[in-house]
Design a protein around this ligand. Sequence first.
Ligand SMILES: [Zn+2]
Length: 477
Amino acid sequence: MKPTDIEFPVLAFVDIETTGGNSERDRITEIGIKTLANGRETVWESLLNPQAFIPQNIQRLTGITPEMVSGQPPFEELALQIKRELEGKIFVAHNARFDYGFIKASFKRLGLDFRPKVLCTVKLSRLLFPQQARHNLDTIVAAHGLMVSARHRALGDADLLVQFWRVCEETFGKARLFEALNQLLGSVSLPPNISQSVIDAIPVSTGCYIFYGEHHAPLYIGKSISMRSRVMSHFNSALTVRKEMKLSQQVHHIEWIETGGELSALVLEAKLIKERMPSANIKLRRSKDLCAWQLSPEPSGLQRPTLITHKYLKPGFQDNLYGLFPNKKEAMGYLAAVAKKYQLCEALLGLEKVEEGKPCFGYQVKQCQGACIGKVSLAVHNLKLQTSLQLYKVPVWPFKGAVAIKDGHSMLVINKWCYLGTATDHDELDAIAQSENFDFDLDIYKVVKKAIAGSHKANLLNLGNSQRAEASYDAIG
Ligand SMILES: [Zn+2]
């Protein structure tokens, strides 16, 4: 399972070269910034004119000579660009006090304030690799086999930090790295009405969490395999993402429900969103207009699509069903698009009315291949229609009765693509499997269909074929 729902704040990996070690007396000669946002890297670098002497030993170390920097812009000319590059991001550097100190001092000389959240990769290395005796950059390069492009040049060293970050992510996983980040950054900006103790009480396990606003109005429902990390990432993103900022301002109260596994969390999330209608869940679907096309043969042999509206729709029971569409408009639009793409006859599809035996409009403009006047056989037309809709087929429920899908320590009971309940013991499983409360939900259907297709046989229990569910439950333990 991948914790794909953990989002890191935007990270700016920074390295600078200077004329010396004192941020008051000495000046910056080069800045390299690698920004990592949602896994994507962008780069900013520049040499700077320090307007000061570069000592010989430093020239030897970095290779940056007075000739190289004499024609370059001084800090004040680049200040706004640099500010833009670093604003709203986590400032990541090795021995961060050094790089941060120089940049802060340079801004201060221009009367500008600079206070980002700072992450020191020495501290990160110490935290994650405590067995390692040393944590200087050369040791880290050697320990993790990092690729050195330009050691002691700003962008070259910044790149090593990005590589180190990726090593940490691969070694410990996103959830653990996220915890480490929070640990080192101290309290991230918590929402005004949420205290640290509320965050600390949220379990680091799988489940759904609910944000409430004032007067207990549901704001947002989410799921995660690490609820606390995910909740924290909402509030971290509030630093840079406007939508998250709004949510963060509104939240007054947080509740959570632990689930046996990720599948249960997905199903519960869909169910809760439908029940509580949180204002910030944009994925919220209205199901009252849900519909699908059904192909049924006419006496002529023509397979004619009929629109099955929500009232008559019974996915899982009905055969030759294609969809599902959120409303009639989408369903009509899809069929028209299919007709166009495969040169089908809109008259035969019921999208256009024509007199019997007359060609449709599409035939006259060479859009229809002529199934309406016998130029193409109905069998071919039928086949093309079925093939073109195949991707949208809603299969009839493939089992005799209910099935149970093992998810952690609980079992999800599913029948006719509908979620019937979650069982934690034999009796519950037995009782739930008898239920005929088929309340179809599109989101749950998608989740369940995928889970059943990808489920290992040992995790899938067919309750319809056994005398009693209890026996089968014991069989898979
Ligand atoms: Zn036609």
